[in-house]
Design a protein. Structure first.
Length: 170
């Protein structure tokens, strides 16, 4: 990154669970940057509750999902705790990539990007729009549908679908 070019970025999230929308954003990010680290947050989810799956389970599910979906082996997956900007510096990333589905995502993510810029002006924030086919998919929607015994196989990778069926039944 000595010439200012960003070669390594972080795609952060709770990924509870990882969806096909997440995989799409990761795939598209990898097309833009030669090195991508998917950073799995240990923290509680956005509603202040504990996560459905443990940190280790989420890391494992993402690794399996990326392999199933044919992403390159050089997409790394790593757990993190604490501030995202500190993690990005720790691994030598020059940017943070966030997927956006709708205007409400943008408002929230812009606030986070502004805060990250305040904390660490050297990190760039990049937004990647989700593909229209995944614009309505979120981890919380997937969990809700799965918890009611409905099929989520078109919303998540096959390995995640199996975990959700094991967790919630059919």
């Amino acid at each position: 990154m000595s010439d200012g070019t960003i070669t390594h970025v972080v795609v952060p999230g709770t990924f509870d669970p990882v969806t096909l929308g997440h995989v799409d954003v990761i795939r598209r990010t990898r097309r833009l940057f030669p090195r991508v680290t998917v950073a799995v947050a240990a923290s509680v989810n956005k509603r202040g509750q504990g996560t459905t799956f443990t940190l280790d389970e989420r890391v494992e599910m993402i690794r399996e999902a990326l392999a199933l979906e044919g992403l390159p082996d050089d997409v790394e997956v790593a757990p993190f705790t604490g501030l995202l900007v500190a993690f990005a510096h720790e691994i030598g990333a020059g940017g943070i990539v966030k997927g956006l589905r709708a205007m409400t995502d943008f408002e929230y993510e812009l606030q986070q990007a502004d805060l990250n810029s305040h904390l660490s002006p050297d990190l760039e924030s990049v937004f990647v729009m989700s593909s229209p086919q995944y614009g309505y998919v979120s981890s919380s929607i997937v969990r809700e549908i799965a918890s009611m015994g409905s099929d989520v196989s078109t919303l998540v990778p096959a390995n995640v679908n199996e975990r959700l069926r094991a967790r919630y039944g059919r």
